[in-house]
Design a protein around this ligand. Structure first.
Ligand code: SAM
Length: 249
């Protein structure tokens, strides 16, 4: 068979397309793109003339079978999304899962990813983190999701739509606690790149005052819950035991 290349593309700054990404995109026989017009412009600015086909969330499972057949017959293809790394809150999962099942080679051509870029500049713990993608757009569902994360000790990473920033930060402050340290990174790699850093309560207040903060594309990074020390856990267990014994006596 041929190979499927999963190729990361810039998240705003064309200079971030790697030489290897360009080489691979120029060398394959077909590129499956989320939006062929958008990717067409990118390819044009790099002088790449490889044919494009569209693959997005609505046609992906249908499209995958046909693409896999071509690769099985010996063609190599690439998949790209509109920005950043495919499959990270972007299409590609059906294709790659099916490729793995059919033992078709899949090769990563890594590069930009907004989540990783935001964590790398946040100054919050990076040893363990949980990528949560997009939260629900309705506040009630969002609060339920956030409640399930209250005890999570890993750093949390969210993608968010700009027009929801203020209400999301307010919900986060209410559910996770206003004191938690967090960052809001907007327009990473672009002209107006800014990272705001503070407690969730401060960031929520700032978003309300400063309308620039919710312009453009946004990643929110939030410190995890404090680790409960072994001593605290042991103390809890002792208290519980005492309460149970009291009940019995
Ligand atoms: N696959 C992409 C990646 O690797 O980052 C993410 C695609 S997802 C559909 C788009 C979301 O990523 C945006 O809503 C925003 O939360 C985040 N994002 C993408 N580009 C960004 C940028 N330049 N600055 C900040 N956030 C960005």
């Amino acid at each position: 068979p041929g190979t499927i290349f999963v190729v990361a593309t810039p998240i705003g700054n064309l200079g971030d397309l790697s030489p290897r990404a360009r080489e691979v995109l120029a060398g394959v026989s077909l590129i499956a793109a989320e939006d062929t017009r958008h990717t067409g412009q990118l390819l044009q600015s790099f002088g790449v003339a490889t044919p494009l086909t569209s693959m997005h969330e609505h046609n992906e499972s249908r499209k995958s079978a046909a693409l896999l057949d071509r690769v099985a017959r010996g063609e190599s293809i690439a998949i790209v999304s509109d920005a950043g790394t495919p499959l990270i809150s972007d299409p590609g999962f059906d294709l790659i899962a099916a490729a793995r099942q059919r033992n078709i080679p899949v090769i990563a051509v890594p590069g930009p990813c907004a989540a990783i870029a935001a964590i790398s500049v946040a100054g919050l713990p990076t040893d363990r983190f949980a990528f949560e993608g997009f939260l629900a757009s309705k506040s009630a569902a969002r609060r339920t999701q956030l409640e399930s994360l209250v005890a999570e000790t890993r750093t949390l990473v969210f993608y968010e739509a700009p027009h929801r920033l203020t209400e999301v930060l307010r919900d986060m402050a209410a559910v996770l606690g206003g004191d938690r340290r967090a960052t809001v990174s907007r327009e990473l790699t672009k002209r107006f790149e800014t990272t705001y850093s503070g407690s969730l309560a401060e960031l929520a207040a700032l978003a309300e005052r400063d309308e620039n903060m919710s312009r453009g594309e946004i990643v929110i990074v939030v410190t995890g819950a404090p680790e409960q020390s072994h001593d605290a856990v042991a103390l809890d267990a002792q208290q519980l035991l005492r309460a149970l014994l009291d009940e019995l006596s």
